[in-house]
Design a protein around this ligand. Sequence first.
Ligand code: FE2
Ligand code: FE2
Length: 359
Amino acid sequence: MVMVKTPVKPDQLKPGKKAPDKETLLTPRFYITDFEAAANLSLTEQETELNAMLTEMRNDYNRHHFMRDEEFKTGNWDHLDETTREGFIEYLERSCISEFSGFLLFKELSRKLKGRNPILSEMFQLMARDEARHAGFLNKAMADFNLSLDLGRVTKTRTYTFFPLEWVIYTVYLSEKIGYWRYIIIFHHLEKHPEKQFYPIFKKFENWCQDENRHGDIFTALLRSQPKLWDTWKARLWSRFFLLSVFATHTLTVHERASFYESLGLNATEFDKEVIKKTNETSARTFPSVLDVDHPDFYPGLQRCSQRNLKMKEIGETKAPKFWKTLRKIPLIAGIVVELFRIYLIKPIDAEALRGMVK
Ligand SMILES: [Fe+2]
Ligand SMILES: [Fe+2]
Protein backbone atom coordinates (compact mmCIF):
# COMPACT_ATOMS: atom_id res chain seq x y z
CA MET A 1 0.00 0.00 0.00
CA VAL A 2 3.10 2.22 0.13
CA MET A 3 3.24 4.57 -2.82
CA VAL A 4 6.33 5.31 -4.84
CA LYS A 5 8.34 8.28 -3.76
CA THR A 6 10.09 10.44 -6.31
CA PRO A 7 12.86 12.53 -4.84
CA VAL A 8 12.53 16.23 -5.58
CA LYS A 9 15.57 17.63 -7.33
CA PRO A 10 16.33 21.18 -6.23
CA ASP A 11 16.48 22.36 -9.86
CA GLN A 12 12.86 21.23 -10.39
CA LEU A 13 11.67 23.63 -7.75
CA LYS A 14 10.29 27.06 -8.43
CA PRO A 15 12.22 29.94 -6.86
CA GLY A 16 11.29 30.40 -3.21
CA LYS A 17 9.98 26.84 -2.98
CA LYS A 18 11.67 24.64 -0.48
CA ALA A 19 12.27 20.93 -1.02
CA PRO A 20 10.96 19.15 2.09
CA ASP A 21 13.65 17.82 4.37
CA LYS A 22 14.73 14.24 3.85
CA GLU A 23 12.30 11.69 5.30
CA THR A 24 13.58 9.75 8.27
CA LEU A 25 11.96 7.59 10.92
CA LEU A 26 11.38 10.77 12.90
CA THR A 27 9.74 12.98 10.24
CA PRO A 28 5.94 13.30 10.33
CA ARG A 29 4.45 10.61 8.12
CA PHE A 30 1.53 10.46 5.70
CA TYR A 31 -1.00 7.72 6.31
CA ILE A 32 -3.68 5.81 4.54
CA THR A 33 -5.91 3.31 6.27
CA ASP A 34 -8.59 0.69 5.86
CA PHE A 35 -11.42 2.93 4.65
CA GLU A 36 -13.85 0.02 4.48
CA ALA A 37 -13.40 -0.62 8.22
CA ALA A 38 -13.90 3.11 8.89
CA ALA A 39 -17.17 3.14 6.91
CA ASN A 40 -18.43 0.19 8.95
CA LEU A 41 -17.56 1.57 12.39
CA SER A 42 -20.54 1.30 14.70
CA LEU A 43 -20.81 4.49 16.73
CA THR A 44 -23.86 3.63 18.84
CA GLU A 45 -21.89 3.58 22.12
CA GLN A 46 -20.79 7.21 21.70
CA GLU A 47 -23.49 8.63 19.46
CA THR A 48 -24.61 11.39 21.85
CA GLU A 49 -21.01 12.57 22.39
CA LEU A 50 -20.25 12.51 18.68
CA ASN A 51 -23.37 14.47 17.79
CA ALA A 52 -22.52 17.09 20.42
CA MET A 53 -19.03 17.38 18.95
CA LEU A 54 -20.38 17.69 15.46
CA THR A 55 -22.39 20.73 16.60
CA GLU A 56 -19.21 22.18 18.16
CA MET A 57 -17.25 21.62 14.98
CA ARG A 58 -19.98 23.20 12.82
CA ASN A 59 -19.83 26.29 15.05
CA ASP A 60 -16.34 26.86 13.66
CA TYR A 61 -15.05 29.00 16.52
CA ASN A 62 -11.76 29.71 14.77
CA ARG A 63 -13.29 30.87 11.50
CA HIS A 64 -11.65 34.29 11.77
CA HIS A 65 -8.64 33.30 13.81
CA PHE A 66 -6.14 32.42 11.11
CA MET A 67 -5.83 35.88 9.63
CA ARG A 68 -2.49 37.49 8.98
CA ASP A 69 -3.00 40.72 10.90
CA GLU A 70 -0.91 43.89 10.86
CA GLU A 71 1.99 42.42 12.78
CA PHE A 72 2.57 39.84 10.07
CA LYS A 73 2.26 42.37 7.27
CA THR A 74 4.52 45.02 8.71
CA GLY A 75 7.00 42.87 10.59
CA ASN A 76 10.62 42.50 9.68
CA TRP A 77 12.65 39.50 10.75
CA ASP A 78 15.96 40.26 9.12
CA HIS A 79 17.53 40.83 12.51
CA LEU A 80 17.11 37.18 13.59
CA ASP A 81 20.43 35.44 13.99
CA GLU A 82 21.23 32.49 11.74
CA THR A 83 20.65 29.76 14.38
CA THR A 84 17.25 31.13 15.40
CA ARG A 85 16.23 31.60 11.80
CA GLU A 86 17.27 28.12 10.69
CA GLY A 87 15.76 26.44 13.73
CA PHE A 88 12.51 28.35 13.28
CA ILE A 89 12.18 27.53 9.58
CA GLU A 90 12.77 23.87 10.37
CA TYR A 91 10.11 24.06 13.10
CA LEU A 92 7.63 25.69 10.70
CA GLU A 93 8.31 23.10 8.04
CA ARG A 94 7.92 20.15 10.36
CA SER A 95 4.72 21.54 11.83
CA CYS A 96 3.36 22.34 8.38
CA ILE A 97 4.02 18.80 7.11
CA SER A 98 2.45 17.34 10.21
CA GLU A 99 -0.69 19.51 9.93
CA PHE A 100 -0.89 18.79 6.23
CA SER A 101 -0.59 15.06 6.83
CA GLY A 102 -3.65 15.32 9.12
CA PHE A 103 -5.49 17.25 6.42
CA LEU A 104 -4.83 14.60 3.76
CA LEU A 105 -5.90 11.72 5.96
CA PHE A 106 -9.08 13.44 7.19
CA LYS A 107 -9.98 14.61 3.70
CA GLU A 108 -9.61 11.11 2.29
CA LEU A 109 -11.61 9.58 5.13
CA SER A 110 -14.36 12.14 4.61
CA ARG A 111 -14.46 11.41 0.87
CA LYS A 112 -14.52 7.64 1.25
CA LEU A 113 -17.17 7.70 3.97
CA LYS A 114 -19.55 9.99 2.13
CA GLY A 115 -23.02 8.44 1.95
CA ARG A 116 -21.91 5.47 4.05
CA ASN A 117 -21.21 6.94 7.46
CA PRO A 118 -22.58 10.50 7.35
CA ILE A 119 -21.67 11.55 10.91
CA LEU A 120 -18.06 10.52 10.51
CA SER A 121 -17.80 11.80 6.98
CA GLU A 122 -18.85 15.29 8.07
CA MET A 123 -16.67 15.13 11.16
CA PHE A 124 -13.58 14.32 9.08
CA GLN A 125 -14.46 17.03 6.59
CA LEU A 126 -14.61 19.61 9.40
CA MET A 127 -11.33 18.40 10.88
CA ALA A 128 -9.73 18.57 7.42
CA ARG A 129 -10.97 22.19 7.23
CA ASP A 130 -9.07 23.01 10.44
CA GLU A 131 -5.87 21.21 9.44
CA ALA A 132 -5.84 22.89 6.02
CA ARG A 133 -6.01 26.27 7.80
CA HIS A 134 -3.21 25.31 10.15
CA ALA A 135 -0.94 24.03 7.37
CA GLY A 136 -1.68 27.04 5.18
CA PHE A 137 -0.96 29.48 8.00
CA LEU A 138 2.39 27.83 8.71
CA ASN A 139 3.28 27.81 5.04
CA LYS A 140 2.56 31.54 4.81
CA ALA A 141 4.83 32.07 7.79
CA MET A 142 7.57 30.25 5.89
CA ALA A 143 6.93 32.60 2.97
CA ASP A 144 7.89 35.49 5.29
CA PHE A 145 11.34 33.93 5.19
CA ASN A 146 11.18 33.66 1.38
CA LEU A 147 10.49 29.93 1.44
CA SER A 148 7.38 27.85 1.16
CA LEU A 149 6.47 24.23 0.68
CA ASP A 150 4.82 23.15 -2.53
CA LEU A 151 2.11 21.15 -0.79
CA GLY A 152 0.66 19.92 -4.08
CA ARG A 153 4.00 18.36 -4.91
CA VAL A 154 4.43 17.02 -1.39
CA THR A 155 1.08 15.21 -1.79
CA LYS A 156 2.38 13.41 -4.84
CA THR A 157 5.93 12.68 -3.77
CA ARG A 158 5.66 11.64 -0.14
CA THR A 159 5.58 8.02 0.93
CA TYR A 160 2.19 6.97 2.28
CA THR A 161 2.23 4.39 5.05
CA PHE A 162 -0.67 2.02 5.55
CA PHE A 163 -1.91 1.85 9.14
CA PRO A 164 -4.85 -0.35 10.25
CA LEU A 165 -7.76 1.78 11.48
CA GLU A 166 -7.13 0.85 15.14
CA TRP A 167 -3.56 2.21 14.94
CA VAL A 168 -4.81 5.37 13.24
CA ILE A 169 -7.24 5.96 16.12
CA TYR A 170 -4.53 5.55 18.77
CA THR A 171 -1.87 7.59 16.96
CA VAL A 172 -4.06 10.43 15.70
CA TYR A 173 -5.55 10.78 19.19
CA LEU A 174 -2.03 11.09 20.58
CA SER A 175 -0.76 13.45 17.93
CA GLU A 176 -3.73 15.79 18.49
CA LYS A 177 -3.25 15.83 22.26
CA ILE A 178 0.53 16.14 22.16
CA GLY A 179 0.03 18.92 19.58
CA TYR A 180 -2.35 20.66 21.97
CA TRP A 181 0.16 20.55 24.82
CA ARG A 182 3.07 21.65 22.66
CA TYR A 183 1.18 24.71 21.42
CA ILE A 184 -0.25 25.73 24.77
CA ILE A 185 3.00 25.30 26.72
CA ILE A 186 4.85 27.52 24.23
CA PHE A 187 1.98 30.04 24.36
CA HIS A 188 1.96 30.28 28.17
CA HIS A 189 5.74 30.48 28.32
CA LEU A 190 5.78 33.39 25.87
CA GLU A 191 2.99 35.11 27.73
CA LYS A 192 5.38 35.27 30.67
CA HIS A 193 8.40 36.13 28.50
CA PRO A 194 7.08 38.41 25.74
CA GLU A 195 10.65 39.56 24.97
CA LYS A 196 11.29 36.09 23.52
CA GLN A 197 8.38 36.29 21.08
CA PHE A 198 10.40 36.84 17.93
CA TYR A 199 7.55 36.18 15.48
CA PRO A 200 3.77 36.80 15.82
CA ILE A 201 2.65 33.23 15.00
CA PHE A 202 3.10 32.19 18.64
CA LYS A 203 0.32 34.59 19.68
CA LYS A 204 -2.09 32.52 17.62
CA PHE A 205 -1.35 29.30 19.49
CA GLU A 206 -3.96 29.65 22.25
CA ASN A 207 -7.06 29.37 20.04
CA TRP A 208 -5.21 27.20 17.55
CA CYS A 209 -4.57 24.49 20.11
CA GLN A 210 -8.27 24.40 20.95
CA ASP A 211 -8.81 22.97 17.47
CA GLU A 212 -6.32 20.20 18.29
CA ASN A 213 -8.00 19.62 21.63
CA ARG A 214 -11.39 19.20 19.95
CA HIS A 215 -9.91 16.83 17.36
CA GLY A 216 -8.40 14.78 20.18
CA ASP A 217 -11.79 14.61 21.92
CA ILE A 218 -13.43 13.36 18.73
CA PHE A 219 -10.86 10.56 18.67
CA THR A 220 -11.61 9.82 22.32
CA ALA A 221 -15.24 9.23 21.33
CA LEU A 222 -14.14 7.04 18.42
CA LEU A 223 -11.86 5.00 20.63
CA ARG A 224 -14.40 4.60 23.40
CA SER A 225 -17.07 3.58 20.87
CA GLN A 226 -15.03 0.44 20.12
CA PRO A 227 -14.69 -1.71 23.26
CA LYS A 228 -11.91 -3.74 21.64
CA LEU A 229 -9.77 -0.60 21.66
CA TRP A 230 -9.90 -0.17 25.44
CA ASP A 231 -11.58 -3.12 27.12
CA THR A 232 -9.07 -5.89 26.36
CA TRP A 233 -5.55 -6.78 27.51
CA LYS A 234 -4.31 -6.24 23.95
CA ALA A 235 -5.72 -2.71 23.99
CA ARG A 236 -3.67 -2.05 27.13
CA LEU A 237 -0.48 -3.22 25.44
CA TRP A 238 -1.19 -1.19 22.28
CA SER A 239 -2.02 1.95 24.27
CA ARG A 240 1.33 1.84 26.02
CA PHE A 241 3.16 0.96 22.86
CA PHE A 242 1.82 4.02 21.02
CA LEU A 243 2.35 6.30 24.02
CA LEU A 244 5.98 5.21 24.21
CA SER A 245 6.52 5.55 20.42
CA VAL A 246 5.09 9.07 20.44
CA PHE A 247 7.06 10.11 23.54
CA ALA A 248 10.34 8.63 22.31
CA THR A 249 9.94 10.38 18.94
CA HIS A 250 9.22 13.61 20.80
CA THR A 251 12.27 13.37 23.04
CA LEU A 252 14.55 12.59 20.09
CA THR A 253 13.26 15.36 17.82
CA VAL A 254 13.09 18.02 20.53
CA HIS A 255 16.72 17.37 21.47
CA GLU A 256 17.80 17.33 17.83
CA ARG A 257 16.40 20.87 17.66
CA ALA A 258 17.31 22.08 21.13
CA SER A 259 18.56 25.43 19.73
CA PHE A 260 15.06 26.33 18.50
CA TYR A 261 13.58 25.89 21.97
CA GLU A 262 16.48 27.82 23.46
CA SER A 263 15.78 30.72 21.10
CA LEU A 264 12.33 30.90 22.74
CA GLY A 265 13.97 30.84 26.16
CA LEU A 266 12.80 27.27 26.80
CA ASN A 267 14.99 24.47 28.03
CA ALA A 268 14.51 21.60 25.54
CA THR A 269 14.64 18.88 28.21
CA GLU A 270 12.22 20.65 30.56
CA PHE A 271 9.85 21.37 27.69
CA ASP A 272 9.95 17.77 26.49
CA LYS A 273 9.37 16.42 30.00
CA GLU A 274 6.40 18.71 30.56
CA VAL A 275 4.80 17.84 27.21
CA ILE A 276 5.17 14.11 27.94
CA LYS A 277 3.81 14.41 31.46
CA LYS A 278 0.74 16.39 30.39
CA THR A 279 -0.01 14.22 27.35
CA ASN A 280 0.25 11.07 29.46
CA GLU A 281 -2.09 12.58 32.07
CA THR A 282 -4.62 13.57 29.40
CA SER A 283 -4.41 10.12 27.77
CA ALA A 284 -5.45 8.51 31.05
CA ARG A 285 -8.95 9.84 30.32
CA THR A 286 -9.10 7.90 27.07
CA PHE A 287 -6.67 4.97 27.10
CA PRO A 288 -7.14 1.96 29.38
CA SER A 289 -3.52 2.05 30.50
CA VAL A 290 -0.82 4.72 30.50
CA LEU A 291 2.88 4.98 31.33
CA ASP A 292 4.41 5.75 34.69
CA VAL A 293 6.31 8.79 33.44
CA ASP A 294 7.31 9.79 36.99
CA HIS A 295 9.11 6.49 37.57
CA PRO A 296 12.82 7.24 38.24
CA ASP A 297 13.90 5.07 35.27
CA PHE A 298 11.43 6.52 32.77
CA TYR A 299 12.74 9.89 31.68
CA PRO A 300 16.47 9.15 32.16
CA GLY A 301 15.91 6.15 29.86
CA LEU A 302 14.41 8.38 27.16
CA GLN A 303 17.29 10.79 27.57
CA ARG A 304 19.82 8.03 27.03
CA CYS A 305 17.98 7.17 23.79
CA SER A 306 18.25 10.80 22.77
CA GLN A 307 21.99 10.91 23.50
CA ARG A 308 22.51 7.81 21.35
CA ASN A 309 20.42 9.40 18.61
CA LEU A 310 22.54 12.56 18.69
CA LYS A 311 25.69 10.45 18.52
CA MET A 312 24.25 8.69 15.45
CA LYS A 313 23.55 12.03 13.84
CA GLU A 314 27.13 13.07 14.50
CA ILE A 315 28.43 9.86 12.91
CA GLY A 316 26.14 10.44 9.92
CA GLU A 317 27.67 13.86 9.37
CA THR A 318 31.29 12.62 9.28
CA LYS A 319 33.09 11.91 6.02
CA ALA A 320 33.79 8.26 6.91
CA PRO A 321 32.81 5.52 4.41
CA LYS A 322 29.16 4.47 4.55
CA PHE A 323 29.78 0.93 5.76
CA TRP A 324 31.93 2.25 8.62
CA LYS A 325 29.20 4.69 9.64
CA THR A 326 26.60 1.89 9.62
CA LEU A 327 28.88 -0.32 11.67
CA ARG A 328 29.32 2.38 14.28
CA LYS A 329 25.59 3.03 14.42
CA ILE A 330 24.57 -0.59 15.06
CA PRO A 331 25.40 -0.69 18.80
CA LEU A 332 23.66 2.67 19.26
CA ILE A 333 20.49 1.46 17.55
CA ALA A 334 20.58 -1.74 19.62
CA GLY A 335 21.04 0.41 22.73
CA ILE A 336 17.94 2.46 21.88
CA VAL A 337 15.84 -0.65 21.24
CA VAL A 338 16.89 -2.30 24.52
CA GLU A 339 16.32 0.94 26.43
CA LEU A 340 12.82 1.40 25.00
CA PHE A 341 11.96 -2.20 25.79
CA ARG A 342 13.09 -1.64 29.37
CA ILE A 343 10.93 1.48 29.67
CA TYR A 344 7.98 -0.41 28.20
CA LEU A 345 8.29 -2.97 30.97
CA ILE A 346 8.03 -0.41 33.80
CA LYS A 347 4.84 -1.13 35.75
CA PRO A 348 2.09 0.86 33.97
CA ILE A 349 -0.76 2.90 35.42
CA ASP A 350 -4.23 1.40 35.21
CA ALA A 351 -6.24 4.30 33.81
CA GLU A 352 -9.57 2.47 34.00
CA ALA A 353 -9.15 1.97 37.74
CA LEU A 354 -8.12 5.62 38.08
CA ARG A 355 -11.29 6.74 36.29
CA GLY A 356 -13.33 4.49 38.58
CA MET A 357 -11.86 6.32 41.60
CA VAL A 358 -12.60 9.75 40.18
CA LYS A 359 -16.25 8.83 39.70
FE1 FE2 B 1 -3.83 21.11 13.40
FE1 FE2 C 1 -5.67 18.52 14.65
